[in-house]
Ligand binder design. Structure first.
Ligand code: PGA
Length: 238
């Protein structure tokens, strides 16, 4: 495990972007596992700049996202497909058909989940998986549970997660109750994992995840077993 404790969010974003850029330069056809949430936004901005000034190239890159809300159309401004388009994909030379986000509208969510895992295997696995961490220790939408969910699956969101994400919606009632999330197997089989966290409100859960017991009650704690984990975080709120 490599840990970079940064002095602020700008430094977290720069460090995370430089690691993702290095992955893209060393393997131009890499499969990047991407994440939504507020933490990666700064890194995505820097990647856009790097792409626009020719430092990195997305033309052969494939991306697979961690999760998607159930019931939101791709053009809903709270869907994760929309988030990825507006925060990254629309501004770089990635081929949109090579960007994958679980289909939250799939009629058969089980079939969609199985197909998502199969696609990741067919792509040769994920080279670098970017992860945020929820206040309750979730990664993707793998919520605290009695057991680690290994496969991609539909999950009922915890009330704490819906409350945390309500800030993006008009009201808590609009926050979807379910999501499809990549399971632990694809995350743990990623060749490299990059966990980013920002601010004092994440300090305690980062500590628990990295140094506490490995338990499905703190889903991110499974990352202690990953052979190539990099953590980039700050406890500061500026
Ligand atoms: P955040 O969310 O980056 O918005 O803090 C992370 C997460 O809940 O996974």
């Amino acid at each position: 495990m490599r840990i970079f404790k940064c002095k602020n969010y700008a430094e977290v974003s720069a460090k995370a972007a430089s690691i993702i850029a290095a992955q893209m330069i060393t393997k131009p056809n890499a499969v990047l596992g991407l994440a939504t949430g507020s933490t990666p936004v700064g890194a995505y901005k820097i990647l856009i700049e790097k792409c626009n000034n020719g430092e990195i190239d997305f033309s052969e890159i494939t991306t697979v996202n961690l999760d998607e809300y159930c019931g939101l159309t791709p053009d809903n401004d709270q869907s994760y497909r929309y988030f990825m388009n507006t925060n990254l994909f629309d501004h770089v030379n990635v081929r949109k058909e090579c960007t994958f986000v679980p289909d939250g509208l799939a009629e058969d969510a089980e079939a969609e989940s199985a197909a998502y895992d199969a696609r990741i295997v067919a792509l040769g696995g994920i080279d670098l998986q970017l992860l945020g961490i929820g206040g309750n220790g979730h990664i993707g939408f793998n919520e605290p549970a009695a057991a680690f969910d290994m496969a991609t699956h539909t999950v009922e969101l915890k009330e704490s997660t819906r409350q945390a994400n309500a800030r993006f919606f008009n009201s808590i009632d609009e926050v979807p109750t379910h999501a499809i999330t990549m399971g632990m197997r694809s995350i743990m089989q990623a060749k490299k994992v990059l966990l980013v966290a920002n601010g004092s409100k994440k300090a305690e859960i980062v500590e628990k995840a990295l140094y506490g017991p490995v338990t499905p009650e703190v889903p991110a704690s499974i990352l202690q077993l990953h052979p190539d984990l990099t953590v980039v975080y700050t406890e500061n709120d500026d």
